[in-house]
Each structure stands twice: as structure tokens, then as C-alpha cells.
Write a protein that binds this ligand. Structure first.
Ligand SMILES: *Cc1c(COP(=O)(O)O)cnc(C)c1O
Length: 430
């Protein structure tokens, strides 16, 4: 059967990207390691501000970073090693526990707001070379930002990240929320003085309306999730941080010991930025896979047809309705799709019921609590190990031996802000 028919029937599917070029000359790419390092340096400049403005970041001296967890109990419950035939290393990157916003959006979103704040403060003459960034917490800065606006369209978590950060700096901030957005996310934002506008349609519409309204006001900065280079670079910094954490585990990524990354994907910015940073660091020794819900496979559809943002899942009769609200996106970012074309190894889809099943298992085995979207990555290793497409990928890339010694890492993208009652409902569904 045609691949696209399987996707249309919303069945789980593993797509290998035939345009993937493992030995691509990374120096030919538009964004280089210097861009990533510059973004990292900017976040470092803000640490003196962040550790005061958000005391939960003080223990890490203003660094917004998440733990890297070994999840052997989970591994053994879903991949009995006897059956799998080997003892792979399975890690969980717990962005679910990132400070401030409790999701992967705390990387790109907060970076984007800070960069904007820095640039207008410099333009205004408020911030000069050598000034301490603690100034961002002063009455003078807050007064200046209170005359400026920030807007964003979101399924929930980007709104939380942009909203919380912007409001703390003093900006007037508006979040355009799609129908998927959970009530508690809207309530939390409103409690912080954020204006929340609700739409009955999906994410693409919320972004479109937000973009339109913001464009009419020259005082307003729109964080464009579909096209933002700043978001992308903010996310990419994750790879530098991950390298340090792997070093601490004594793991060096190489041909003999490759890294497999499994990244939940909505519009594509977060997984795209993270994968891009990883590619810059590890080249052909990192294999990046995106994960999408069977009902919202927008990046899959965009990449497999080559149409990117010129096609939506609705165009194929797919409803874009999923409990994985962070991934409920019907049309992918064309910006990310094009960038990822030679860099991405593949994309798999996952059924909602399996997300809940994994959610419960992870809670039971590791006492780690994630939101449904964030479980999509954990299903990754089984794609490579137990499907014919996976076997073919392993053969073509000569991974028969190294996959056993490799490091498999599922990116857990959100969860720590989910209210307890709602988390209990999720758990019971599993
Ligand atoms: C936003 C989000 C993602 C995916 O990020 P995109 O930039 O939309 O691709 C994954 N998981 C969660 C929980 C998210 O909020």
C-alpha cells in the first residue's frame, strides 16, 4: 500500500527519510555552531537576572536546564532485554522539569523574549556595555517594557513560556490559544496578568490571527512559532547542555557509540532546533527521529510529500484531534521542514492510547510524571528494533553492532506544571 494511505488511515507508521544525508558538510549550513554558541552566551548574560526573578533557577545560578535521567526500570518494562537481545542505554531528557515553564518551550520561548528585551533595551540606551543584567529587574526597565507588547499563538505550552517570561519583565502580553489548549494553562496565564484570547479552531488559525493583530501595532512583537530563527536557536542550545551531561556519564558519542534522539514534534521548532544543534556537534554519529500523534502527523506529511507548509493533515482528511495537546498541529513549519530535509533520519507516528499507556508505565516504574505529548519519544527505540523499516535503516547505516552500544535518548517535553487532578486522570486512562 502507498505510504500516504497508511498515514491517512491514522495507523502507526515509521517513515525513513530518503533525503537524509549522513555525511553532509555541516559547514555549508546557514546556521553554524557560532550561532548556537552566541545564543548560549546570551542566556548566560541573563543568569544574574534570572536567578533573582525566578528563584527556582537559583540553585543552578540562573541556568534553565533539566536533568538527564537513566530510566532502566522503564526500559526493562517496555523492552525486556532478553527479547531485544541486548542491553541498550535508555535516557530521558527531562524538559518536563525545566524551571519557569515546565516544558521544552522554556528553552526557545524564554530565549526569544530575553533576546527581544535585550535588543530594545540597547536600542533605547537603557542597557550599555558592561551593565549588569540585574537591571532588567529594575523599576525603570519594567516601566519601559510596560509600554511594549508581545504576542504569540500557541496550543498551550509556548503561551505559558512566552507569557510567564514576558509578564515578569513587565511587557503587555497577549497569548492566542487554539481550541486544544487546556483550561488550566489559560487560567495560570490569566493569574499572571496575561491576556488570553481563545479560538475555537486549531493552532494554525490562532497563529494566523495573532500574527495579523500584532502586525497592526508597531509596538507589538510577535513570536512567530512557524518561522522564528530565535526560537530555533534558543532550542538548539540544548545540544551543548546535553553534551556536558553525557560527558558526566562518561559517554562519548562516536561511530562505535552513536546517539539516537527521539523528539516529539508539533510545528517542528523545538525538535528541529534540538536536532540541529546535535547534528552540529555529532554529525553522522547522531540519528534524529521525530515523533508525532497519528492524528496530527503534520511534519511527516510535509516532509514525505516535499510540500512542507503547503500541505496540512486536514488536506488529507485527518482530523488533527489528539490528547497530545503540545503536538496538536495540522500544518508544519516550512522553515524547519526545509532545514531538516538532509538532517532528519525519520519520523514515526504514535497512537494516543499508547501515550497514556507509556505515561502510566513511566509513573509506575520511575515515578516520573509527564504530559501525554512528552511520552511520544519513549516509543522510539522500538521503531528501530522491531520494524522492517528500522531493520533497513540499521543495515543501510551499518549500525548492526553499534546500536547495541549506542545511547538512546527520549526527549520528555513537558509535564511538571500539570495540576495533580489532571495528571491523575491521565494516569487512570493508562
Ligand atoms: C511544543 C511541544 C512540543 C513540540 O514542539 P514544536 O516546536 O511545536 O514542534 C513537544 N512536546 C510538548 C509538550 C510541547 O509543548
Amino acid at each position: 500500500m502507498d505510504q500516504i494511505d497508511i498515514v491517512k488511515r491514522v495507523e502507526e507508521f515509521f517513515w525513513i527519510n530518503s533525503a537524509y544525508k549522513p555525511t553532509l558538510d555541516l559547514k555549508s549550513l546557514t546556521y553554524t555552531l557560532d550561532h548556537v554558541l552566541e545564543a548560549d552566551a546570551r542566556l548566560n548574560r541573563f543568569r544574574t537576572y534570572l536567578k533573582n526573578a525566578f528563584p527556582e533557577t537559583a540553585p543552578m545560578d540562573g541556568l534553565i536546564e533539566s536533568p538527564l535521567a537513566v530510566i532502566n526500570h522503564m526500559r526493562d518494562s517496555i523492552y525486556p532485554s532478553a527479547a531485544a537481545g541486548f542491553d541498550m542505554r535508555l535516557f530521558l531528557k527531562c524538559d518536563s522539569h525545566l524551571p519557569i515553564a515546565g516544558s521544552v518551550k522554556a528553552r526557545g520561548g524564554i530565549y526569544t523574549v530575553l533576546k527581544h528585551a535585550e535588543s530594545i533595551a540597547i536600542e533605547e540606551g537603557l542597557l550599555k556595555d558592561g551593565d549588569s543584567y540585574e537591571l532588567f529587574d529594575s523599576a525603570e526597565f519594567r516601566q519601559f517594557f510596560s509600554e511594549k507588547k508581545i504576542a504569540v499563538g500557541s496550543t498551550g505550552n509556548l503561551g505559558l513560556s512566552i507569557g510567564i517570561m514576558s509578564a515578569r519583565l513587565g511587557f503587555k502580553v497577549t497569548v492566542h490559544m487554539s481550541a486544544d489548549a487546556k483550561q488550566w494553562k489559560k487560567d495560570l496565564l490569566r493569574s499572571k496578568g496575561v491576556e488570553v484570547i481563545e479560538y475555537e479552531s486549531d493552532y494554525s488559525k490562532a497563529v494566523e490571527e495573532g500574527r495579523k493583530l500584532s502586525a497592526q501595532d508597531e509596538n507589538s512583537f510577535f513570536v512567530d512559532d512557524e518561522n522564528s530563527v530565535d526560537l530555533f536557536l534558543g532550542y538548539s542550545v540544548a545540544a551543548l547542555r546535553l553534551k556536558k551531561q553525557l560527558d558526566e556519564f562518561g559517554i562519548e558519542i562516536s561511530k562505535e557509540s552513536p546517539l539516537f534522539l527521539y523528539l516529539p514534534c508539533g510545528v517542528g521548532g523545538a525538535p528541529g532546533g534540538i536536532a540541529y544543534g546535535a547534528k552540529l556537534l555529532w554529525g553522522e554519529n547522531v540519528h534524529c527521529f521525530f515523533a508525532e500523534p497519528t492524528h496530527s502527523p503534520c511534519m511527516l506529511v510535509g516532509m514525505m510529500t516535499g510540500l512542507h507548509d503547503k500541505i496540512s493533515v486536514q488536506d488529507l482528511g485527518i482530523d488533527n484531534i489528539t490528547a497530545a495537546d503540545g503536538l496538536a498541529v495540522g500544518r508544519p513549519s516550512g522553515f524547519i521542514g526545509h532545514i531538516m530535509e538532509p538532517l532528519l533520519s525519520g519520523i514515526y507516528t504514535i497512537d494516543d492510547s499508547r501515550l497514556f499507556d507509556l505515561l502510566k508505565k513511566l509513573a509506575d516504574t520511575e515515578n516520573l510524571w509527564l504530559e501525554p505529548s512528552a511520552l511520544a519519544g519513549i516509543f522510539g527505540p522500538s521503531q528501530l528494533l522491531f520494524t522492517s523499516e528500522g531493520a533497513e535503516y540499521i543495515r543501510v547505516h551499518d549500525l548492526e553492532n553499534s546500536i547495541k552500544k549506542g545511547t538512546h535518548l527520549a526527549w520528555a517535553t513537558g509535564g511538571s506544571l500539570v495540576p495533580k487532578e489532571i495528571m491523575e486522570e491521565y494516569y487512570l486512562k493508562g
